[in-house]
Ligand binder design. Structure first.
Ligand code: PLP
Length: 464
């Protein structure tokens, strides 16, 4: 399997290079040259597999030439063996046609573990084989950092540096990153905002000398391997509810468009998905786009669903590439326009194509809290604010008689304050994290300059 860039100015490369590169050198995102297809019969046979077996089956065509089915099964068994629910991704029925798939049984209690636990092990395997060493650098506003650290902490062939904005992430989120004490894990608290963290990381990647000196790599949500691992639970849920012989829809709380794009790929692979319904908070760039055909960036507004406080949904570029019939020049043009004018538009035909599959719902903090209370009253389920937005989306666009599956993206204990306000109940952390608030932390506060970060990484790597 070869991968090409959405901007069309980078050579086609195999899975191993895609895994290690993250972003394409022309600024685009990698997508497979073509989507593998599963026949209805082969899908029916997948119904009896364990989660790890299904993961190997679904991912194998994408990793061809790098990791075979046996490699993938080994990785998946290890990755999901540590999850705290035997079903890995349990599916619960809420009402006649409404279901929820809980994706928070990994080590950091958010859905990002489902991909990153696999991707970290892929890095390790590939690097061991080639005896390469890489440095992962990333910025986080909360959940990605801890999931990435958890997935990389044991790897001998890489170091990981995660920048978070000092005093601007929740205490639970910070502690989930900073209490992982491992020689290859470095937490940097930057004296700035999340945007500052991200722009420093971007600057490091565009510093040719620094990038090659450290063999920089990224695990942010534009890495194809993460999308690939997320396709698995769409198959899992749909097969359990009757696919390929019955259509289903999904409702997905969305920020960077990574999770929901995996659903689109599943559909392209043959899974009968009717609608992909995206939920957003007041950072509603995607629902506005679906209404108007104009993607217009506005200032980020903090919300009670902070992992979706995003105004640039990076992975949307992959959908755009498909909807423009893989016209890379057109994608490049729109992305340049967005960069300089903070907005771009698509014509009505393209918008119509997108709306054939996608719906979008916007949700205020107030509506989110009301929804958390409502689900608790009606079904006895306590959901986190991100997942609650998925429920709102499902209720608005789910169709009667057609199963709609909400992807619950975080454990409620990760966001206890709004959950308590809405239900009167303080969700408790699972037993294995119960001492989180008293564990020893390790992080370094650094000034908001590129030089300070470069110096820290240079000298840290000399020490190990
Ligand atoms: C990251 C995250 C999201 C958004 O996922 P995207 O792939 O960026 O759309 C939603 N909910 C939670 C809890 C998250 O951590």
């Amino acid at each position: 399997m070869k991968y090409i860039s959405t901007r069309g100015n980078a050579p086609a490369i195999g899975f191993e290079d895609v895994l290690l590169a993250g972003l394409a050198p022309d600024g685009g995102l990698y997508v497979p040259e073509e989507y593998p297809q599963f026949s209805p019969d082969s899908m029916r046979q997948m119904r009896s597999l364990t989660y790890a077996e299904l993961a190997a089956e679904v991912m194998a065509p994408f990793t061809e030439g790098c990791l075979d089915k046996k490699d993938l099964l080994d990785i998946a068994v290890q990755a999901y063996g540590g999850f705290s629910h035997t079903a890995v991704a349990p599916l619960k029925q809420i009402s006649d046609s409404l279901w929820v798939m809980e994706l928070f049984y990994g080590p950091t209690l958010a859905f990002k573990d489902y991909a990153l636990q696999v991707v970290g092990r892929m890095f390790d395997k590939v690097l061991k084989r080639t005896n390469k060493r890489i440095t992962i650098v990333g910025a986080t506003s909360g959940d990605t950092g801890s999931a990435a650290i958890e997935s990389c902490k044991g790897c001998d062939h890489l170091d990981i540096f995660i920048l978070h904005p000092h005093n601007r992430v929740s205490e639970v989120q910070r502690r989930q990153m900073t209490t992982t004490i491992a020689p290859n894990v470095f937490n940097i608290a930057l004296e700035g905002t999340f945007d500052d963290c991200q722009s420093i990381v971007k600057a490091l990647f565009s510093d040719e000398d620094f990038r090659t000196r450290h063999n920089l790599s990224a695990v942010n949500s534009i890495n194809w391997a993460r999308i690939m691992a997320q396709i698995v639970y769409y198959f899992r849920a749909a097969l359990a509810l009757g696919a390929p012989d019955r259509e289903v829809s999904f409702a997905v709380p969305t920020g960077n468009f990574g999770n929901i794009f995996a659903g689109y790929v599943a559909k392209r692979m043959g899974l009968p998905i009717k609608k992909l319904i995206l939920g957003s908070n007041e950072n509603d760039i995607l629902p506005r786009f679906l209404e108007t055909g104009v993607m217009e960036k506005r200032a980020v507004k903090p919300s009670i669903s902070p992992s979706m406080d995003i105004q640039v949904s990076s992975n949307f570029e992959r959908l755009l590439f498909e909807m423009l019939d893989r016209d890379a020049a057109a994608v490049s043009h729109l992305m340049e326009t967005f960069k300089y004018e903070k907005s771009y538009g698509v014509d009505t035909e393209v918008l119509k194509k997108i709306k054939n599959i996608f719906e979008g719902v916007r949700c205020t903090d107030e509506e989110t809290k009301i929804e958390i209370g409502k689900i608790y009253k009606a079904a006895g389920e306590i959901v986190d604010p991100h997942s609650a937005i998925g429920f709102v989306a499902a209720e608005k666009f789910g169709e009667t008689g057609l199963p709609c599956i909400v992807l619950a993206t975080a454990h409620p204990a990760k966001f206890p304050v709004p959950v308590r306000t809405a239900t009167g109940i303080t969700p408790s952390l699972p037993a294995r994290l119960s001492d989180l608030m008293t564990r020893r932390e390790n992080f370094t506060v650094l000034p908001n300059t590129q030089d300070a970060i470069k110096y820290f990484i240079d000298t840290a790597e000399k020490r190990i």
